[in-house]
Design a protein around this ligand. Structure first.
Ligand code: NAD
Ligand code: UD1
Length: 342
């Protein structure tokens, strides 16, 4: 299949481009590099020994989409482009609604004009808000607690409405749990701007010596050791989930919703111990107050994806931390480590 990958230069997008190319598909990337670096795509080309057509621009730019859809015959779209920082979304909600919701709508309109019906959309477990139980099933009530989460749910709802109105539309909504890790080559990985908000990249920067210690946000949750529990999923498993989803469901009209997680919960302190073990470096930490908006535990029931997509996460926590460390230790300043010093 020939697939347009929006946000293909980002963390999950790069790993998915590798998985798609290695499965024999072709990709065209559209990215405005607002949260990524062109070097990331050069690394994808290096891993796959293949050139990738890249358009630099905004997914909300209807004229650019017209140009891209005219130049290429796509079988489908995988739509990663969007902004993803919860705190920033509270500060700049209008930006989040424009960049995540309005831009997605512009993309759906372009697809309809060109008769491209299949789209895979990056949603998030954040749409469940504070779940009433774990593990979380796809039919649990939704209730995101911040503008980022609401932007994801709004796009899901647009897709559901569009599927009801247009019998040819094939929308695949993937709700990711917590993507971590990196490609086994150590060439691509997560490269956050500034101080990382998320646990794994923060721990990685502590282990590599860029930050002194981790603040553990709360040790009084009703969990196995009092710290927050999440469903961490290796980014390469997640990438393979996209390949399976588009291969299995291509052209099947309607909206299809899947959780992509491992189904097991890992605490903050378990993650710290696993990382210290893999890196053979100390990961100093201090207990800090709870972070506003955090839930005690969040993990998936991913059996629907297993049954209908034939997909299951294969990599365990040890693989996640080992691959994260391989990437982080080889690229302590992310993609800037190589390109800006040349
Ligand atoms: P990322 O920031 O690394 O990648 C997003 C990419 O999209 C970046 O390369 C950025 O430059 C690009 N982009 C942003 N807005 C754009 C626009 N308007 N036009 C063109 N390009 C644009 O993020 P990621 O972690 O790879 O996440 C990919 C998607 O998955 C996002 O939609 C995110 O909300 C969603 N998601 C991520 C996580 C996570 O923890 N990483 C969890 C759940 C869902
Ligand atoms: C966060 C986002 C969520 C998003 C997800 C994946 C918030 C409130 N939620 O979720 O919307 O979908 O990332 O991108 O930001 N932790 C620490 N110290 C740290 C960082 C995190 O103790 O420095 C703890 C957190 O309290 C949590 C766990 O580690 O218990 C995981 O945190 P994080 O990686 O930020 O992911 P989520 O909270 O699941």
């Amino acid at each position: 299949m020939n697939i347009l990958v929006t946000g293909g230069a980002g963390y999950i997008g790069t790993h998915t481009c590798v998985a798609l190319l290695q499965a024999g598909h072709q990709v065209v990337v559209l990215d405005n590099f607002s949260n990524s670096h062109p070097e990331a795509l050069a690394r994808v080309e290096q891993i796959c020994q293949q050139r990738i057509p890249v358009y630099q621009g905004d997914v909300g730019d209807a004229d650019l989409l017209e140009q891209i859809f005219t130049a290429h015959a796509f079988d489908g779209v995988i739509h990663f482009a969007g902004a993803k920082a919860v705190g920033e979304s509270v500060e700049k909600p209008l930006y989040y609604y424009r960049n995540n919701v309005t831009a997605s709508q512009t993309l759906f309109e372009a697809m309809q004009r060109f008769g491209v019906n299949t789209i895979v959309f990056s949603s998030s477990a954040t749409v469940y808000g504070d779940p009433h139980a774990v593990p979380i099933l796809e039919d649990f009530p939704t209730g995101p607690t911040n503008p980022y989460g609401r932007s994801k749910l709004m796009v899901e709802e647009i897709m559901q409405d569009h599927a009801r109105a247009d019998q040819t539309f094939n929308g695949i909504i993937l709700r990711y749990f917590n993507p971590v890790g990196a490609h086994e080559s150590g060439l691509i990985g997560e490269d956050p701007n500034g101080i990382p908000n998320n646990l794994m990249p923060f721990i990685a920067q502590v282990a590599v010596g860029k930050r002194a210690q981790l603040a553990v946000f709360g040790d009084d949750y009703p969990t196995k050791d009092g710290t927050g529990v999440r469903d961490y999923i290796h980014v390469c498993d997640l990438a393979e989930g996209h390949v399976k989803a588009i291969e299995r469901l291509h052209g099947q009209a309607g909206c299809h919703v899947f959780n992509l997680g491992t189904g097991s919960g890992v605490s903050v302190l378990e993650m710290v111990a696993a990382y210290a073990d893999a890196s053979q470096r100390p990961v100093p930490y201090a207990i800090a107050p709870r972070r506003a908006g955090d839930v005690a535990q969040c993990y998936a029931d991913a059996s629907k994806a297993q049954q209908l997509l034939g997909w299951q996460a294969k990599r365990d926590l040890r693989d996640m931390v080992a691959d994260s460390w391989h990437w982080q230790s080889g690229n302590p300043d992310g993609y800037r480590s190589s390109s800006d010093s040349e």
